[in-house]
Design a protein around this ligand. Structure first.
Ligand code: ZN
Length: 319
């Protein structure tokens, strides 16, 4: 459980006798949702994120503390489309007594999703295509404005600014991936979290195990991936912050034995953001960090950051 400090300054500055508007208590499942709720809501919301850095949402089970937090929430935001595994049923029950929104299901049409053979029939890793994830911004803004009507104007303005930033991030990511030499534009990672990333930005994606992390990679999967690395002369493959790196190590050993000197190209954020109060702990930073690591390890050069991201870069002291 990650608790963000509630800003009390505006409350303390109120003249005597005025009634302060309590910030709306928002509980989000993953950081990629909580970050956006906090940016749109500003001081009007106090956001708590259930799953912090390194936490795998596919396997997550609510703790006793989560239940306490959820019981006090004014608004619950989760992704849906099967991302949160069994928690989906828990939220269906909360929805009967507190506003509860599956933001991906509300914002992103099912036709835009990649079909899979998992229990839900669709790949839930939608934040990997920034233009898709941007579609949850209006859905969150609408819901927040209902919970905090006095803040509707600022929420709407923040949503517009943030939407511009995401549009710029989407373009930058595409340009940056395009700098990788065509034959090396292949992304090998532990689990299939990057299908939307590959589709949006033109890089071939090979996940060693399936969409969810509930099954261990089989020996045959490891051997097949090593064969591919040798055949394509892939220089680097990637570990993920939420996945045990054992599988990736096994693939590297098998490829090295077959004569291809592949190395780890870096750690990617797949299903959780980085530490809070760092650039990697923001949704924009998560995509920026992944794209930079992939591009540099595979022989490309990141494009200059667009003007719309200048404020974000300055905030986190990124050149
Ligand atoms: Zn995943």
């Amino acid at each position: 459980m990650l608790i963000r400090p509630i800003l009390l300054t505006s409350f303390l500055l109120l003249p005597l006798g005025a009634t302060a508007q309590e910030p709306v208590s928002v509980v989000a499942t993953v950081g990629m949702i909580g970050d956006i709720a906090g940016i749109l809501g500003g001081d009007c919301v106090a956001v708590q994120t259930m799953m912090g850095p390194g936490i795998d949402p596919h396997l997550y089970q609510a703790t006793a503390r989560d239940v306490q937090t959820l019981n006090r929430a004014d608004l619950i935001l989760y992704s849906g489309y099967g991302l949160e595994g069994q928690l989906g049923e828990v939220f269906a029950r909360y929805a009967e007594r507190v506003p509860t929104l599956a933001v991906s299901e509300a914002g992103i049409a099912r036709e835009e999703l990649v079909a899979t053979d998992n229990a839900y029939g669709v790949d839930p890793h939608l934040w990997m295509d920034v233009s898709l994830w941007a579609q949850i911004v209006p859905a969150i803004a609408t819901q927040l404005s209902q919970s905090a009507p006095d803040c509707a104007a600022s929420i709407s303005a923040n949503a517009a600014t943030y939407g511009d930033q995401l549009a710029a991030l989407h373009d930058w990511t595409g340009q940056t991936i395009a700098s990788i030499p065509q034959t090396q534009r292949i992304l090998v990672t532990a689990h299939d979290a990057f299908a939307y990333y590959g589709r949006a930005y033109g890089i071939e994606v090979e996940g060693i195990q399936g969409i969810s992390t509930q099954s261990e990679a089989a020996i045959a999967d490891i051997r097949d991936t090593a064969d591919l690395i040798v055949a394509r002369e892939v220089p680097a493959i990637f570990v993920e912050s939420t996945i045990n790196p054992r599988t990736i190590q096994a693939v590297i050993e098998a490829a090295n034995q077959a004569g291809q000197p592949v190395r780890i190209g870096g750690e990617l954020f797949s299903d959780a953001m980085g530490e809070p109060d760092t650039a990697d702990g923001t949704y924009i930073g998560m995509i920026y960090s992944n794209t930079t690591a992939i591009t540099q390890a595979l022989g490309g050069t990141p494009a200059p950051l667009p003007a719309a991201l200048a404020d974000w870069a300055a905030q986190w002291m990124i050149e």
